[in-house]
Design a protein around this ligand. Structure first.
Ligand code: NAD
Length: 281
């Protein structure tokens, strides 16, 4: 059980979450389930969502794990049918699957610092760039095509996308991921407008830097002090700290709730300890 930051009743709502095997969306799945929702947890990694759903069901909540590739429309349609059968039609969709790829990342921050043998901007692998754009953009568009049909039918529903603070101003080294997330912010506004007459709202959150198992060693030395990159990140963060995954849950539960956020559509909410607001001076 987690201590929910917001008391919102999602009883009876079917919430479909992609990327639910991961850090952020696993926490969101738990928050929705604890708030009464029937959660469909989708991920490429079936073991991860099975573990999550087992844990939540053991605690008396409703959650079912499904294997689904957000880039495969047929697989999504198949899972859609199973979800309707198991839990009902989708009320809320969280497009959480996404991420970066090392093939679309440069080793140097600036061209004038490029070093022979290290990956510069000119060495970026076009297929890696494609991978990142596809995963983040199509990986949001395709599940929306699949699951928003239920919402159009109900004339009610909510979509929550996950952008990033790098959508406002790109981060060094990760041009494709930054641009793809800028695409997500833009697409959120497009969807909000497109579906406005159907009762569907669409918003996004833009998380700042989180510490995860994968990046902990890049951010902290063994003695717990910040690495050089980490010190630079914290210097650019007015609140001088990282965001905890749990701190995304209040906004998630708020934005998806029809009573609390009935007139809110097309917003991208930064949750970044002030990172995107700060010019560095
Ligand atoms: P994560 O790597 O912990 O989780 C991502 C999950 O998506 C994984 O379980 C993975 O198996 C799944 N996935 C990957 N490709 C998939 C596919 N094709 N189909 C279905 N599932 C797939 O990442 P996270 O940190 O929890 O990130 C979740 C979202 O938040 C992503 O969109 C990410 O870009 C965004 N985000 C993360 C941070 C951060 O600092 N962690 C910051 C801003 C935005």
């Amino acid at each position: 059980m987690i201590n929910l930051p917001l008391n919102v009743d999602y009883t009876g709502k079917v919430v479909v979450i992609t990327g639910a095997g991961g850090l952020i969306c696993g926490a969101m799945a738990r928050a929705f389930a604890q708030s009464g929702a029937k959660v469909a947890a989708l991920d490429l990694n079936l073991d991860a969502v099975k573990r999550l759903s087992q844990e939540l069901c053991d605690e008396g909540f409703v959650c079912k794990g499904y294997e689904a590739n957000v880039l495969d429309p047929q697989a999504l349609e198949d899972v859609h049918k199973q979800i309707i059968n198991d839990l009902g039609k989708c009320d809320i969709l969280v497009n959480g699957a996404g991420g970066n790829n090392p093939r679309a990342t440069t080793d140097n921050e600036y061209q004038h610092e490029a070093i022979e043998g290290k990956k510069s901007f000119f060495d970026l692998d076009p297929s890696g760039v494609d991978f990142v754009f596809k995963l983040n953009f199509q990986g949001t568009l395709l599940p929306t095509q699949t699951f928003a049909k239920d919402m159009v039918e109900k004339q009610k529903g909510c979509i929550l996308n996950i952008s990033s603070m790098n959508a406002y101003t790109p981060l060094t080294k990760i041009p494709a991921y930054s641009a793809a997330k800028a695409g997500i912010s833009n697409f959120t506004q497009w969807l909000a407008t497109h579906f406005a007459g159907t009762g569907i709202r669409c918003n996004a959150i833009a998380p700042g830097f989180l510490v995860s198992a994968q990046n902990r060693s890049l951010l902290f030395n063994e003695d717990g002090t910040p690495t050089a990159r980490s010190a630079k990140i914290l210097k650019g963060t007015p609140m001088d700290r990282y965001v905890d995954a749990g701190e995304l849950l209040g906004a998630t539960l708020f934005l998806c709730d029809d009573r609390s956020a009935s007139a809110i559509t097309g917003v991208v909410l930064p949750i970044d300890c002030g990172f995107s607001a700060y010019s560095g001076v």
